[in-house]
Design a protein around this ligand. Structure first.
Ligand code: ADP
Length: 420
């Protein structure tokens, strides 16, 4: 870790803050068999390079790397572990031909996406040895994700000794939820002994969109009651009261809440045993069905991509019609619940793959919200790819489309902590 008491480091940081030298932040998002990365120059917030390592630990692994303004490059290379993946990322970034920096010394800090911070982390944190132990203790809450995130952190610390590493948690933004929103109606020890509670996810996106929509409207998050609809393959909704998350649809795991691409969302818990008995499955197998074979995919027998679903809907395919109706109705139900939780709402923001791109879905959802005084502007709702106000000037609630940018949010938090 950088020791800011050493004058030379202090000078470097002061120069970066003054914008004299660029502050390059490497953002790393490690999955179990993949690794996404972006190098962001924080003096302008421009992406210098980005890419993806795929099939880590599996045969046929490769890195796809794109420098800003350059061609996409694909390199097939064995990556038995994340260590080889991160080495390749660093090789690409410093490559004399297509790299964007001369040496690793130009990377000032690394920001890591960490899926689960439990109740320990309500904000992004500099990853010291002590903090890493606390992150490790959250592994049992996200056994598929957190161990991969930790590997990424350890490999970066090894390959870039002395470069500050920062953890940005998907759960942190929701740590402001009150007990009435995060406690389940279960025996007390479920929470006190086993930490079973609503944590919520997509926090980095909800936080980014909360700030971005306020800025877009020329206001501050602290002045608004906002409902953020993050509608992607994984989808969640967040009630944000004057900048703070007070409720969110995902729960103890990202399986809860909305009906999603392949996830069931909320169901009657008694269905698990009933379905297990009918199909001769174990509980773990039923959970797998709920995660991977349900939602849009389950309802249509194999379609989870909204582009396909919309085509099916318009062609009159009954399963696609049902699936899209279920999805939009569920989003509208949560928006109604959160308008009640917030005692009113000033702005609704749509984001992520479906929220940003599907005017069709947005229109269907907003059709349920007339009682809130919402009126959509069809022409604005037909546009794509930028921050948009899609409600009419006399709509009582502003409705916006705000492209999310989790990597930039991670880089901003990392910068703030390093400068901190
Ligand atoms: P995740 O990050 O959870 O994998 P994304 O935010 O990338 O999800 O969103 C993926 C979803 O966005 C898919 O269902 C995809 O069909 C949908 N999507 C992307 N582009 C469009 C589009 N033009 N119209 C409708 N849906 C779209």
């Amino acid at each position: 870790m950088i020791n800011l008491t050493i004058p030379v480091f202090r000078e470097i940081i002061v120069s970066i803050i003054k914008g004299v030298i660029p502050m390059n932040i490497l953002v790393i998002n490690c999955g179990s068999s993949s690794l996404k990365f972006q190098l962001i120059d924080m003096t302008t917030e421009a992406v210098a390079a980005k890419g993806l390592c795929e099939r880590i630990g599996i045969e046929g692994s490769r890195i796809v790397y794109t420098p800003a303004g350059g061609e996409k490059i694909t390199i097939e290379s064995p990556m038995p572990t994340h260590t080889e993946g991160i080495k390749l990322v660093l090789d690409c970034l410093t490559n004399p031909e297509y790299g964007v920096i001369k040496s690793l010394a130009e990377i000032n800090a690394v920001g890591h996406r960490v899926v689960h911070g439990g109740e320990k982390f309500a904000a992004s944190t500099l990853l010291t040895e002590e903090v890493l132990k606390a992150v490790e203790e959250c592994n049992e809450l996200a056994p598929l994700h957190n161990p991969a995130n930790l590997i990424g952190i350890n490999v970066c610390s090894e390959l870039m000794p002395g470069v500050p590493q920062v953890g940005v948690f998907d759960t942190a933004f929701h740590q402001t939820m009150p007990p009435k929103a995060y406690l389940y109606g279960l025996p007390k020890k479920a929470y006190t002994e086993y930490k079973i509670r609503r944590y919520g996810f997509h926090g980095t996106s909800h936080k980014f969109v909360t700030s971005a929509v306020a800025e877009f409207l020329g206001q501050k998050p602290e002045d608004l009651k906002t409902i953020v609809c993050h509608l992607g393959n994984g989808a969640s909704i967040c009630a944000v009261d004057h900048g703070k998350s007070v409720d969110t649809s995902m729960g103890f795991t990202p399986l809860a809440g909305l009906v999603m691409g392949t996830r069931s969302g909320d169901i009657d818990p008694a269905i698990l045993e009933f379905y297990a008995n009918k199909e001769g499955l174990t509980l773990a197998e039923v959970t797998n069905v709920l995660n991977k074979k349900s939602g849009m995919d389950g309802l249509t027998g194999g379609k989870s991509d909204f582009r396909d679903l919309e085509v099916g809907y318009k062609e009159g395919d009954a399963d696609c019609i049902n699936a899209i109706e279920v999805f939009c109705y569920n989003v509208a139900r949560f928006v109604g619940a959160y308008a009640a939780a917030l005692n009113g709402v000033d702005v609704i923001a749509f984001t992520a793959g479906i929220g940003e791109n599907s005017g069709f879905v947005r229109e269907k959802i907003c059709a349920y919200l007339g009682y809130l005084g919402i009126a959509l502007d069809p022409e604005q709702n037909g546009k794509r790819g930028e921050n948009l106000l899609i409600s009419t000037p006399d709509s009582k609630v502003k409705v916006c489309v705000i492209p999310t940018n989790e990597e930039l949010m991670i880089a901003r938090d990392t910068k703030a902590i390093v400068e901190g």
